[in-house]
Design a binder for this molecule. Sequence first.
Ligand code: NAP
Length: 307
Amino acid sequence: MEHIYDMVVIGGGPGGYTAALYATRAGLDTLVLEKLSAGGQMAQTTQIDNYPGFENGIDGYELGEKMQAGAERFGAKTELAEVSAVYLTESPKRIETSEGTFLARTVVLATGAGHRPLGADREAELTGRGVAYCAACDGMAFRGKTVAIVGGGNSAAADALILSRICQKVILIHRRDTLRATKIYHDPLMQAGNIEFRWNSVVDGLLGEKRLSGVRLRDVHTGETDDLAVDGLFVSIGRSPETALVAGQVELDRGGYIVADESTRTSLPGVFAVGDVRTKAVRQVITAAADGAVAAHYAEQYLAETH
Ligand code: NAP
């Protein structure tokens, strides 16, 4: 007879490992499936200053490892596996992965959100050839060079600051004339000395044959275009949720996020969604972690009522 876990968590970010920590401490037999390494998106951030308890901030990768170790101390298991299909209406619920099939009484969806592509022609072809999505991961490849970054949110602001310390010049391209990013970023951006702004502008085309050599910008008010020579383009225009696996099984909103309120319960009994992948107002490490604790609580309640 195949082993049936009380809980399988898909995704080892802060939401996933907090669910696993709380579940194992409640005595649930818990497995975390993670395709790469603990931490999720957080692992790509070098400095996290808004997760309490670390007065000097902490590296996101290190925080991910600590969250994994904390859950494993109480018996949570981790399997490095890529999930290929889930069958959430079956009983037990079935998860197919690169490392085999896993069965579970409850499933916590903690798959997070990936980068949103710009949608420009030849974007996929030039990715890794000048087009990038993560300053902390790929910034060093542009040391001493000129790069542009598209976006006006917290991610674009944080990435622009990282790049300003590595690159000779950073040009921030935003489609409006004010940043969406919180005020804490504004002064450092203005004071960096090597960050320029192109307001009211969008990227209309990617230039270069085998490698990106520049971008065509369009002024959203006048429609005028001009070409800007850059060695790299970082796209930082938000996230899109990783929900392709569960589409058609749990309810999604128009943006593709899993519909779940603060209880983290989805439209399917015994299936919970935590962190950036669910509908919520504030997507932060701390709110993902909070979701994990709540999911474990309701999973425990569900198991008590049904098993
Ligand atoms: P975001 O807050 O949704 O911002 C996306 C930005 O990209 C916006 O400025 C948006 O413009 C622009 N944009 C969207 N689609 C575009 C397109 N097709 N072309 C050009 N520009 C486009 O996303 P994010 O910055 O990735 O942040 C995601 C979440 O993580 C947020 O909740 C954020 O607060 C959080 N986060 C927090 C921190 C921190 O607190 N330190 C750091 C990173 C991320 P408009 O402004 O015109 O809509």
